[in-house]
Design a protein around this ligand. Sequence first.
Ligand code: HEM
Length: 487
Amino acid sequence: MHTAAAAAPEARTLDDLPGPRPMPWLGNALQIQRERFHQQLEGWAGEFGTPYVVRIDARKLMVVADPEVIQGVLRARPDGFRRNERVETASRELGFLGLFSANGDTWRRQRPMVLAGLDPTHIRQFFPALLDVTQRLQRRWERAADSGTPVDLQADLMRFTVDVTTALAFGQDLRTLEADGDDTIQKHLNVVLPSLIRRILSPVEPPAWLRRWRERSLRPHLQVLGDAVNGFIASTRAQLQADPSLREHPQNLIQAMVAARDREGSGVTDADVAGNVFTMLLAGEDTTANTLAWMVWLLHRHPQAAQRARAEIDEVLGGAGTLSSIDQLHRLDVVEACAHETMRLKPVAPFVIAQALHDTLVAGVHVPRGAAVVCLMRPGGMNAGLFPQPETFDPQRWLDAKEAGHSFASAKRATMPFGAGPRMCPGRYLALAEIKLAAAMLLANFEVESVEPLRGRDPREVFAFVMAPERLRMRLRRRSTARAAAA
Ligand code: HEM
């Protein structure tokens, strides 16, 4: 698909493509509604077909939705396409430059180091830590159920994912599930991350002096975060000094990163390590927590699917409220099908942007060097040929597809919730483990009485780096109490 543009003089150019009508100078910038950007992009795909073009000032973004085309673009990284320049600049300026935002040699150096820490072997090794955090979330929800207090669903799920990510990746559990006080590192992240995201999503990049001036209020927060990460790095170095065998057999991600950094001629710096500490939090927290939030909401709206998942959990757990091994987790096929179905209907990463490193051809269109290709991820999962009645939440379709073998592979190729190719999400095994653990804990121990946004019944989709449901409140009853009440 990617051949030199010169070899295809008949190729269309971006100017030949349809798209929303631009205004002089500004293009479509004023039409963009940031929180609904993904829905606007999907709506224009329906209106104009794909590929089409969106113009922001002088820039032209080509939007594609065909899974084959998307696979081609994402697989052509790192040599043909890179992560968007804006993401890299903003991340570097705020000290978050890590695997997600890095490109070129920095990315090549970091990728194996991060992959190794998040592979299935490590997830198995860390199962007890995962279980511990899940049980702490359970206790938090038991307290809420006993006192009749509604749960702030996303906030609690984010505490869960932060504690998992930090325990697993850095060997230090931040215990945000227990801390209700204000002084958590999370509080500072909650200020800095939205600013980073605003920067990345802003249609226009202000000049450097204006960025520095606007971001001056972030400095104290960046200082606290920098100190915390330097603390992680220092204590890791002390561990490596006390037990040098850890350099060859690191037990968590930060040990692997510090060991790699300290190797002579590695080219890895403390800033690389710090950037990846933040990157794990940035990439692993909102994504997993919001996928779980969507899943809890969808299961509540589809009691039959929830009942099926619960029956499977009761059987695998033998009636115990808690999983005791990772092998039990691997037997939760219905729960996993619910996760796939959730990610098909509510992909928290609804688009992935790739920027061309050379003049190239995508779907028969000449894409000049530097232009961005926006890959829309949801339309592939709404293809009625592959997913009959695509609007329906039907986890069974994944179980049937799995049985059919090849159709499972095509279903996964069409949805790509974790991206594709060499930059595919390295956290996917961890994310699925977290999702299955938390969902199994919820269904085994609680009756969900309600999950609702503050107004109305159906939560709006809100795009802010990830696509989240608007804030959801959940009311729980302990399952034993619910059973007694029903008897
Ligand atoms: C349900 C949860 C998650 C979803 C839906 C998700 C989705 C994605 C997607 C779509 C990408 C871009 C892939 C591409 O460009 O092809 C990505 C990249 C990434 N994700 Fe995840 N992710 C999740 C959880 C996690 C977790 C738990 C971690 C780590 C703790 C993580 C770490 C990363 C990193 C470091 C990258 C950048 C990879 C690279 O550019 O080489 N993600 N993720």
